[in-house]
Design a protein around this ligand. Structure first.
Ligand code: KG4
Ligand code: ZN
Length: 336
């Protein structure tokens, strides 16, 4: 079964053709990073406008690269939330129009469930159940994946997402958007010597919190600036990253141990972080817990993960109708 996936929830316009939820036939991503960089983050209105400019070409290119005509596609899957409403609407409207014009069934995909499904593309033998650590620019959560379309949130961020904290800290120390990869690179040149609040230390649940950590770094930088002192950017990057990643690793491993899960699977943009991969693998190994990561290009936003998740929506037999709308604040476990 060949599924055309369409993704436009943030600043990437993407389309992909995936076979049987596992094999990527094509993947096209038109990134707006260069456009938003100078504003230090994604400007929603500019994102929507650029999606409308790119979407037709991106979808056409995905079909050409896959060597598949629209008539050979079995279904169309599109991200309908969570994300920026104007951005989501471009993908949703385009997918609805394609579905209407071709008669192909339409499936609505939850963006976070897409991130999780990226792992089925990367690991052909992976099957639920497992524990998924989701860490992106908009979400940080521990999700128990009981089945392909059955999810339970064990813990989530009570304020900022982990990727969001990386982006904001990056900005305050003069790094470009998106800050995650730049902090990771700078951290390699620094030492963990800047005092950071040890967030939620010793707490019993599996929730995350990044706003206190972010504010602590911002205050630290402002105090040094007011005193006219040099900003130790490398050390800040290193100390912040250690602290942010520790929270992910500690919670994930503790949760897996308590639930008796033998597999931790990582999803979302922050999953591309090499330090996270190293630390999580090391810590999980101690308890005989296996760790799985998608390749970095499947951690950040793409449409293959949407087509992949769409496959399991098809199997569960819940097509969307043409009244499908964008849902900007869709919950992790929500489905159409
Ligand atoms: O999953 P994603 O592409 O988009 C959302 O759904 O939000 O995640 C983007 C986020 C950004 O905040 C970006 O800074 C972060 O993932 N990110 C990283 C790394 N690469 C991307 N954070 C830390 N280390 C990285 N190497
Ligand atoms: Zn994403």
């Amino acid at each position: 079964m060949k599924i055309l996936g369409i993704e436009s929830s943030c600043d990437e316009t993407a389309a992909s053709v995936v076979e049987d939820g596992r094999i990527i036939l094509s993947s096209v991503i038109s990134s707006q990073i260069d456009i938003h960089k100078r504003f230090g983050g994604v400007v929603p209105e500019i994102a929507s406008r650029n999606h409308t400019l790119a979407i037709r070409q991106v979808v056409d290119e995905a079909l050409v690269q896959a060597g598949v005509g629209l008539d050979e596609v079995d279904a169309i899957a599109v991200t309908y939330g969570a994300g920026l409403v104007g951005a989501l609407l471009v993908g949703v409207s385009y997918a609805k129009a394609l579905s209407y014009a071709t008669g192909k069934p339409l499936y609505a995909v939850n963006h976070i469930q897409g991130h999780i499904a990226a792992n089925y593309l990367a690991h052909p033998d992976l099957e639920p159940p497992y524990l998924c650590l989701v860490a992106s620019g908009g979400h940080t959560a521990l999700v128990r994946v009981k089945d392909y379309t059955d999810f339970e949130v064990m813990g989530m961020s009570t304020d900022d997402a982990c990727g969001e904290a990386f982006d904001k800290v990056a900005r305050v120390i003069g790094l470009e958007y998106p800050g995650g990869p730049k902090i990771e690179a700078l951290a390699r040149e620094g030492e963990d010597v800047v005092p950071m609040p040890r967030m939620l230390k010793g707490h019993k649940g599996y929730d995350f919190s990044y706003s206190g950590l972010k504010t602590a770094v911002i205050n630290y930088v402002h105090t040094l600036e007011q005193k006219g002192l040099e900003i130790p950017r490398e050390n800040i990057a290193c100390s912040f990253q250690n602290c942010a990643i520790s929270m992910l690793v500690d919670n994930a491993v503790r949760c897996a141990k308590t639930l008796g899960e033998k597999k931790i699977v990582v999803a979302g943009g922050v999953g591309a972080n090499g330090y996270l991969r190293e630390r999580l693998t090391l810590e999980a190994d101690k308890y005989g817990i296996q760790t799985l990561y998608p390749p970095k290009h499947l951690c950040t936003d793409n449409a293959s993960m949407i087509a992949g998740a769409g496959y399991y929506e098809v199997l569960s037999g819940r097509p969307a109708t043409l009244d499908l709308n964008a849902v900007p604040s869709l919950n992790i476990t929500d489905r159409y």
